[in-house]
Design a protein. Structure first.
Lengths: 610, 328
């Protein structure tokens, strides 16, 4: 900008300094130009791609951790560039914010123009209608009112119409002559503006969602429940403006969970088919109600939605310590790791004496143990097996009341339980099995403690089955989300789509009718049409109008030239618009036909190669 | 019953592919100039005169009754054969889609095989529907070819047994979201063919203007000029773009119900968004001086490349919530 141009043959020319204001104006003009908008759109598309290739912290933190381990050299660089959180990274934000600034800077002035255009009268009737792309001449019968019927017909077709009779103070024409100027298609630009402004609204709604929403996840075994409080959630992700007090008070109890898997042998064996959770909902001031949650049917409670996000098994584990006290007896969720529900979990026995105890292991609903290791082959509990190893010592942070992951065991100050010969202690239990812990530490049982010794001396088969089911409740993984931004987001999306359709499919047309005295008492009626932008239906419209106004049409334009494919519409529209027919508005550039946001755009039918 | 219906569906797919192959050959013959005869301008006589270059016009067609195909008096028997076999193929193909859906008792787009099968049928249906109103027979090869190709891929790579759906897909939004996505993709496919032809034609026209008329690819002379092709592509994309927007919004509504958030940057969401942005850029470019014509066509091609990635790469290689491909 500062380098002065030196045209040959003239003395050195110094460009005027732009100054601060001028520079600002220059930058603003560049930013709001269509070219910049185009560039930013392409940058946005390119910038969004890495987020689908590299795992994202927001979407799948575990995948990010795995990725870091697998690519130790690459990961720090990706981290620095924000590739693990692309959609919140500074560069991605910069692109879309600049795009929206550009959009606003372009749309606002155009909105003002459109406001004026709405109230403007249809343009002056061109003096030579035959120069317009579509032109017909018909003869109207004597005694009619061609001007009036032309105006009426155009109004019926939703044109804005102005009738200009050659009045008494005009050039002395006989009664009934004059012209009609009509225009339609303002909806196109209006739709375009609505579309772009709705996108701004959508962005604001997304921002509201991000700031005001919260999402909590909780694992609930059948027979238990949860209340909507931060403390109860396993993970809780609040928006920046959400405080724990904002959570609507309600409680949900899980009465039952039905699951179904594909039983037919084949490629789909074990695929999930149906999940349904039966729940009881308690909201303040309301009667307790029963409801169900299914995968596509969330529960609505307290202004939030509760989704059934996952499920699995929570085997009941009972631990008795060295003194014979039952120190742990709970349904313990084991989280599924694969489609056949090979699950892992952790037991933390805080109250055991003399040392705290911890167990980690796997639960296999339909267990197979072979040379490839223990695993589950079907997600339903056909042959359940619980595999555990144990630790003794200090469970760590959980003792100090610090928040810790329930599904991880901190073994830093614990030692692994071993058998007498020094090998790590491990057990495989079926429901109802019990084992003694090594070193006289107590015992562990897969199931609740036996109700009373001696009572069930000879358990029958049905009783054993019921005990199994009792020892192996399922759990539901529930997600609670409250998002005040979603309805505005939907509303703006719908509005944007309506605007888009209007801007793409509303034809912009001008139609002129001139009535001149004809031979034999009739009137010579000229009908002409001009499309502004893409318009396949203009010729038909002008034809139809000409037919209604008069008979014996003599085509003014020559019949289409031979050739297998006629390149229709090859008459440059801009030539027609710009050549002085359009005097009242010649200084205003024609608007784009597509969803343009530009101030530098031009009509798109102007270029023909031949 | 379900299994035998699924087998019937497969048989119908093979039959449809045979019909498509015939249509493809017929359309190619038409483009090559064979199978076209010039009807003598004298009306009512029906005398046939061979076209200069493609003299042996007889070729495949028998003595079909004379009918003026277009105002220029060129009769295109091969193209007529192509159109009628395409309609036949559409019939068989639709029957294949319907039997597949009935065999599973649901909308036939629950996995990638079914999506491809149905999507290809919609491409043909859209093409046939456009044919009723406009003469796009010159596009025949470039529509039937990709359809045949994708059916081949569907059967050989993507094939999945007919079965029930996973719970996440059991929603009426499956019908709304995926059907609109299919129609929109079909329009993008046809627009893509028109864009490619436009670029080829554009290059030929520029060579001719430079005084070096291209020697190869004489068949392109029977196609419309690049401006007409560009306009055809634009009209198809202009219809498709709002449908794609709807797909995006409907997907967000469904995601809100199924996964508890309406937008989560799942890979499929990302690519659907990328496609939307690229085609939005195309529409903007078309209205920008210096970016119209050839350059905006390149953007449309980029958009279509993204559609291919979204269909062929994202489902299979990027783990995400949309991993319903069903191929192991």
């Amino acid at each position: 900008m500062s380098a002065p141009g030196a045209p040959a043959g003239s003395g050195p020319v110094t460009q005027p300094r732009l100054g601060a204001l001028g520079t600002a104006r220059f930058v603003w003009r560049q930013l709001t130009s269509m070219r910049t908008a185009l560039l930013l759109l392409l940058l946005l598309a390119v910038g969004a791609v890495p987020g689908s290739v590299v795992p994202q912290q927001d979407v799948d933190p575990a995948a990010v951790a795995t990725f870091r381990e697998e690519h130790p050299a690459l990961a720090p660089w990706l981290e620095r560039l924000g590739f693990f959180d692309v959609y919140a990274s500074p560069w991605f934000s910069a692109v879309y914010l600049l795009l929206f600034v550009s959009l606003v800077g372009c749309v606002l002035p155009r909105s003002r123009q459109q406001w004026t255009a709405w109230r403007a009268r249809p343009p002056r009737t061109p003096s030579r209608l035959e120069r317009l792309p579509e032109h017909r001449v018909v003869t109207a019968p004597a005694g009619g009112d061609p001007l009036g019927s032309a105006a009426a017909a155009l109004r019926r077709r939703r044109y804005r119409v102005e009738v200009r009779p050659d009045g008494p103070d005009g050039a002395g024409g006989s009664a009934g002559t004059g012209s009609v100027a009509a225009e339609r298609g303002h909806l196109r630009e209006t739709g375009n503006l609505v579309f772009h402004l709705s996108l701004v609204g959508l962005l604001l709604a997304l921002a509201a969602s991000s700031l005001l929403s919260y999402r909590g996840q909780v694992v609930v075994p059948v027979g238990q429940g949860f209340s909507n409080t931060v403390a109860r959630y396993d993970t809780f992700e609040p928006g920046a403006w959400v405080s724990p007090d904002d959570l609507a008070p309600f409680a949900v109890g899980l009465d039952g969970l039905d699951v179904a898997f594909e039983e037919a042998v084949g490629g789909q064996l074990g695929q999930p088919r149906d999940f349904e959770a039966q729940v009881e909902v308690v909201e303040p001031g309301q009667e307790e109600r029963e409801d169900v949650i299914r995968v596509n049917e969330p529960l609505r409670a307290g202004g939030a939605e509760v989704y059934l996000a996952g499920n699995g098994y929570a085997p009941v584990i009972t631990v008795t310590d060295a003194q014979g006290r039952v120190v742990y007896s709970e349904a313990t969720p084991f989280l599924a790791q694969d489609a056949a529900y090979t699950s892992t979990g952790v037991v933390k026995v805080l109250g055991a004496q003399p040392d705290q105890l911890g167990f980690t292991g796997a639960f296999l609903p339909t267990a197979v143990v072979d040379e490839r290791g223990p695993r589950s082959v079907f997600p339903d509990a056909r042959d359940p097996l619980l595999l555990l190893t144990g630790y003794r010592g200090d469970l760590g942070d959980v003792n100090d009341g610090l928040p810790v992951n329930v599904y991880e065991l901190d073994t830093r100050s614990m030692e692994q339980l071993t058998t007498d010969d020094g090998a790590p202690w491990s057990v495989a239990l079926r429901p109802g099995d019990a084992v003694d812990l090594p070193g006289g530490l107590g015992s562990l049982r897969f199931g609740y403690p036996p109700a009373s010794e001696g009572a069930g001396a000879a358990p029958d088969a049905a009783g054993a089955l019921a005990a199994d089911a009792e020892a192996l409740p399922r759990f539901a993984g529930l997600t609670v989300r409250h998002d005040p931004g979603r309805l505005p987001a939907l509303a703006f999306s719908v509005l944007a789509m309506l605007g888009l359709v209007a801007s793409l499919f509303t034809p912009r047309r001008r139609v002129f009718v001139r009535v001149l005295p004809g031979q034999g008492g009739g009137a010579r009626v000229e009908v002409a049409g001009l499309a502004r932008g893409e318009d396949a239906g203009l010729a038909a419209e002008v034809d139809a109008l000409a037919r209604t106004l008069g008979s014996s049409a003599e085509p003014a334009s020559p019949p289409p030239a031979g050739g297998e494919h006629r390149s229709d519409g090859s008459v440059p529209a801009q030539e027609a618009t710009g050549a002085g027919h359009d005097g009242a508005r010649a200084e205003r550039p024609p608007s784009p036909t597509a969803t343009g946001t530009s101030t530098t755009s031009t009509s798109t039918t102007t270029r023909t190669r031949s | 019953m379900g299994e035998s219906l699924a087998a019937t569906s497969n048989l119908l797919v093979y039959s449809a592919m045979t019909a498509y192959a015939v249509a493809l050959v017929a359309f190619a013959l038409d483009l090559s100039g064979r199978g076209r005869t010039l009807v003598a301008p004298a009306p009512g006589q029906g005398a046939l005169v061979g076209v200069g270059a493609g003299a042996g016009a007889g070729g495949a067609a028998g003595a079909a009754p004379a009918r003026d195909d277009d105002e220029t008096g060129v009769r295109r028997r091969a193209a007529a054969v192509g159109v009628s076999t395409t309609w036949l193929a559409l019939l068989l193909h639709t029957a294949a889609v319907v039997t597949r859906g009935v065999s599973a008792g649901r909308a036939p787009w629950g996995n990638m095989y079914e999506f491809t099968l149905t999507g290809a049928a919609v491409v043909t249906a859209v093409y046939c529907a456009v044919l009723v109103r406009r003469d796009l027979r010159y596009l025949g090869v470039f529509v039937v070819g990709p359809v045949l190709l994708s059916l081949g891929i569907a059967l050989s790579v993507l094939y999945t047994e007919s079965a029930q759906l996973v719970p996440a897909l059991q929603s009426y939004w499956l019908v709304i979201h995926v059907s609109v996505a299919t129609v929109s993709s079909a329009l993008f496919v046809i627009a893509f063919s028109a864009n490619v032809l436009q670029l080829v034609q554009d290059r030929r026209e520029r060579l001719a203007a430079a005084g070096r008329p291209p020697q190869r690819g004489r068949f392109m002379e029977r196609l419309p000029g690049s401006v007409e092709l560009e306009r055809t592509a634009y009209r198809l994309i202009a219809v498709s773009f709002p449908l794609w927007s709807f797909t995006l919004v409907a997907g967000a509504i469904w995601a809100e119900r199924a996964w508890g958030r309406y937008w989560g940057w799942d890979p499929k969401e990302v690519w659907t968004f990328v496609i939307w942005v690229v085609y939005a850029a195309y529409l903007h470019a078309r209205a920008t001086r210096g970016w119209d014509g050839r350059r905006s066509a390149y953007l449309a091609l980029a958009g279509f490349a993204c559609i291919l990635v979204n269909w062929g790469v994202v489902n299979v290689f990027f783990p995400g919530n949309h991993s319903y491909a069903g191929i192991g």
